[in-house]
Write a protein that binds this ligand. Structure first.
Ligand SMILES: C[S@@+](CC[C@H](N)C(=O)[O-])C[C@H]1O[C@@H](n2cnc3c(N)ncnc32)[C@H](O)[C@@H]1O
Length: 298
């Protein structure tokens, strides 16, 4: 049986668990008309891989992220997957050859150091990112305010560092759909609209309360002004005739007086989906939450 394409990185805010609920909110028109798919905050790409497999009527696909290393990893998976697989396979062999966790930890910090010094060619840097994602604590990507990856070593018995079949399945799909992989600010993707266009926006979420920690995907914050600017971008997408759907945090469920999104998106339809959050390190905060789905269509 062939391997199903899905995210090759574990990413904070990954939508893998929400796909069936999100797919119920997709616009009816894309079911039977050729369309352009744009994902301005692609992250791990759970929705991207779902869309590529679910719809054979996608005529153009554009993904974008501000995280340069993530974009490099997508480009490498798409264009140079065999070189990436050999590099990762070698890293996995070296890692597993060290039996003691102490020795593995040393290896981990060596790779982290090289990654943060931006050493190596493109294939090596993509391999370093995947290696770190597979062997770090909780398998997440996080950088400090200097942009340095700072997740510590994670103790796993035998992590799969080189998932060759998955990487090949992802590569094949990215190539088949000739996915355009862009690096930059989400706002620059406005120019990618082409005919019937569906845009799925999964920005860094607004914190539910002042104490919930900010998830640093890349240097810089995504504050309330950025959320407002994103809403203005959504208005522009509507004016261009695009269909769009945005995921964001359900702040009013936590605090009924916090109607930030209800006000910001009062011209649009807001629904809720239930989301299991596994990101929080504190198990007490991992409970069931709802998330917003905001759309400019019925
Ligand atoms: C919530 S994550 C996306 C999760 C993803 N859809 C998934 O399923 O894994 C948000 C992404 O937005 C990116 N990002 C943050 N600010 C951005 C900006 N101004 N323009 C483009 N991407 C940005 C981050 O690097 C991060 O990958």
């Amino acid at each position: 049986m062939s391997t199903e394409a899905r995210p090759f990185l574990k990413w904070a805010g990954g939508k893998g668990q929400l796909l069936s609920q999100l797919s119920a909110h997709l616009p009816a028109r894309i079911q039977h008309e050729p369309f352009t798919y744009v994902e301005p905050f692609v992250g791990g790409g759970a929705m991207l891989f779902f869309m590529l497999q679910r719809f054979d009527n996608v005529k153009k696909v554009v993904i974008n992220d501000v995280n340069e290393d993530l974009v490099l990893a997508y480009r490498t998976v798409k264009d140079d997957v065999e070189a990436l697989v050999s590099r990762l396979a070698a890293m996995e062999t070296a890692y597993r050859a060290v039996a003691e966790q102490e020795g593995r930890s040393e290896l981990f910090y060596e790779v982290r150091e090289r990654y943060n010094r931006r050493q190596g060619d493109g294939v090596e840097r993509a391999a370093q990112l995947i290696f770190l994602n597979r062997t770090c604590f909780n398998g997440l990507y996080r950088v400090n305010r200097h942009g340095l990856f700072n997740v510590p070593f994670g103790r796993y018995a035998n992590p799969t560092i080189c998932h060759a079949e998955l990487l090949r399945a992802d590569s094949c799909l990215l190539q088949q759909a000739a996915v355009e992989i862009r690096h930059g600010d989400y706002a620059d993707t406005l120019q990618c609209a082409d005919g019937l266009t569906f845009v799925y926006l999964d920005p860094p979420y607004r914190p539910l309360d002042a104490t919930s920690s900010f998830t640093a995907y890349a240097k810089g914050d995504f504050n309330d002004d950025d959320q407002r600017a994103l809403a203005a971008f959504c208005h522009r997408l509507s004016a261009e005739g695009c269909l769009w759907m945005e995921s964001n945090a359900d702040c009013s469920a936590k605090n009924p007086e916090d109607i930030f999104f209800e006000e910001l998106y009062r011209d649009y339809r807001i629904d809720r989906v239930s989301a299991a959050r596994f990101i929080n390190a504190n198990p007490e905060k991992r409970g069931k939450l709802t998330e917003l789905i905001i759309k400019n269509y019925e």
